[in-house]
Design a protein around this ligand. Sequence first.
Ligand code: FE
Ligand code: FE
Ligand code: ZN
Length: 280
Amino acid sequence: MFKIGCHLSSSDGYLAMGRAAERIGANVFQFFTRNPRGGAAKAVDPDDVSAFLDFAAERGICCLLAHAPYTLNACAEKPHLREFTRETMADDIRRMEYLPGNMYNFHPGSHVGQGAKRGVELIADTLNSVLTPDQTTTVLLETMAGKGSELGGRFEELRAIIDAVELDGKLGVCLDTCHAYDAGYDIRGDLDGVLEEFDKIVGLGRLRAVHLNDSKNPFGSHKDRHEKIGDGSLGLETFERVVNHPHLRDLPFYLETPNELPGYADEIALLRSRVRVCDE
Ligand code: FE
Ligand code: FE
Ligand code: ZN
């Protein structure tokens, strides 16, 4: 079954997100665990969670993807910033355990002059202190555009982080189409080649989610500005190939395009119309 959805506002809780997802034709969704700029998270409401879980089971909604605030930096040079990242991630993962078996995505971080090697070490340290053997939440490293000193723009960097994490069974990767294209992976011209390279370096088994975004900028620009599906440098044909690719089609797809709910509903309908039914 094609799993498609988008980023939703979490301000009214889980059941409200489930209802919003259903209204726009989504069967998966992403949300921020707290204000994207950081700060305290609202307490989890167990009644809301159980009402949501019933609703989701009934309506076939699955694959929740919680997104960490983008102000976190697991490889910040200042220890108190790394500590803040650790505390936030540990708290987010604890909160996700109310909805067992889902996913938590974060931007690996920016090494800001410390060098990629040190950055990778610090990110792995952070993960080693927040992952627990009994958690059911899979933590996803997002592929990044490689803006400034951002890590995760190269598949090799993701591999190096995974290699340095003890509980690496808790880790996966989220492929962001805009980020990867901006980073210099030609998913428009050579999707097969990019996935082959991903498989060689990271392993396709790690790939657990896809962020579907067109890009406002040209190939290899290292910019990270999302565009509506079909309006950017990737183009609708690319997304048709992405959602139908044998290595990708069973993964959950999340739109993070510049849209409100009606725009998302249109994009979801458009992508659904491009999915080819296969008999396997
Ligand atoms: Fe992201
Ligand atoms: Fe993304
Ligand atoms: Zn982005």
